[in-house]
Write a protein that binds this ligand. Sequence first.
Ligand SMILES: Cc1ncc(COP(=O)(O)O)c(C=O)c1O
Ligand SMILES: N[C@@H](CCOP(=O)(O)O)C(=O)O
Length: 477
Amino acid sequence: MKYISTRGGVAAQQFSDILLGGLMADGGLSIPESYPQFSTEQLAEMAKLSYPDLAFAVIRHFVDDIPADDLKALIAKTYTAAVYCNGRNPADADQITPIIKLDDTLVIQELSNGPTLAFKDMAMQLLGNLFEYVLAAKGEQVNILGATSGDTGSAAEYAMRGKKGVNVFMLSPFGKMSPFQRAQMFSLQDENIYNLSVHGFFDACQDIVKDVNKDAAYKAKYKIGAVNSINWGRIVAQVVYYFKGYFAAAKNVGDVVDFCVPSGNFGNICAGHIARQMGLPIGQLVVATNENDVLDEFFKTGGYHPRGLDRTYETSSPSMDITKASNLERFVFDLVGRDASKLAAMWKSVETGGGFEISPTEFAQMRDEYGFKSEASTHEDRVVNIREVFEKFSVQIDPHTADGYKAAKAHRRNDVVMVIMETALPAKFETTMVEALNQPPARPAGLVGLEDLPQRFDAIEADAAKVKAYLAERIAL
Ligand SMILES: Cc1ncc(COP(=O)(O)O)c(C=O)c1O
Ligand SMILES: N[C@@H](CCOP(=O)(O)O)C(=O)O
């Protein structure tokens, strides 16, 4: 499998070449030349596999340049019950992403049982192992520059801490993460981890990452790599759990199943789109947003208009406080028939502060052929829905998953199973959980007292030049 750029300006590359990087040289995102296809018969066989075997069955189609035995071993080492052990029911840990049945046609897929209690661990743990393998094979080092609204940062830091040849420089929005999220990142004392607290929202952090990535000379000199979902490695690992969730939720292989996904940077649901393109019988893909509802607007009107600071809000599902969704570019590339010059013009407008409108035909395709629907939530919705799920089903869901629950209720269909993706555990967002349920959420024993640990970070302005200088001072050449 070779990888091309959504903007068409780069020669096709191998998996190991794109694995460590962020943007392609032309500013676009890497995407496979085509998607592997699975028949219903093949799916029926895959349904019998354990999580690591299923992950290998999916991911091997995207990776030609790592020997199959090595890839299989890296995957087996990643997806173990010992790593994904923070779920509600320890006996389910070997399922890695077990499901909770709320009723006959509504289920939650647990994606947040890894070390940092968010779905990011699903891909990031594999990325850590792949990075280590590829760096050792190439005799190289990487300096990861990432942006986080709260969960990618800790997942990346836990996956990369102490790894040979890897430094992590993580930009996060100053004062906008939950106390738990902040403590998870800032309490790490490992020498290869640097936390930079940026005055601004996640969008400003992500813009800096993209600016640095666009400076080819700097990127090459300082060996800059990426762990955000602009990195294809993140997406491919996320594709796997749609297969797992489908097999766990479908009554029979071949039945249509809908998925509802709390969304911000559009990486999670983009993986669902790709699983669907590979032949997994997904019906609807429901995008759930919070008050930062740019994506809801896009899927309801066909107009994509990222917003400025004046219309970006701090919400109680803070990890989704995002108004520029990186991975929308990968989906729109497919939507416009993989026409790279059309796509490049659309994103040129986005990057210069504008947006775009898709045509009425594309809008109809997006909803009918690709199955996208959407819904937005408010803080009040979140509190009511957390309470409702607890009272009706005795299950505690976090505020982001509550956004998913609201959207799932709005779009569920008779006799079609709807899977809600659980994107974080309640322990990460104690204030909203207490407001909804009058009790603090449970947390794994190892994380009790996390907020009392000493914290270390550097504050920095939202300025790519200052971030470049910070990295240059610390990276040994
Ligand atoms: C808890 C949580 N839910 C939802 C999201 C949104 O996911 P995505 O950015 O892949 O759309 C994020 C962050 O991205 C998150 O951390
Ligand atoms: N919500 C994310 C934002 C970054 O998303 P990513 O999937 O592109 O890494 C976070 O928690 O940091």
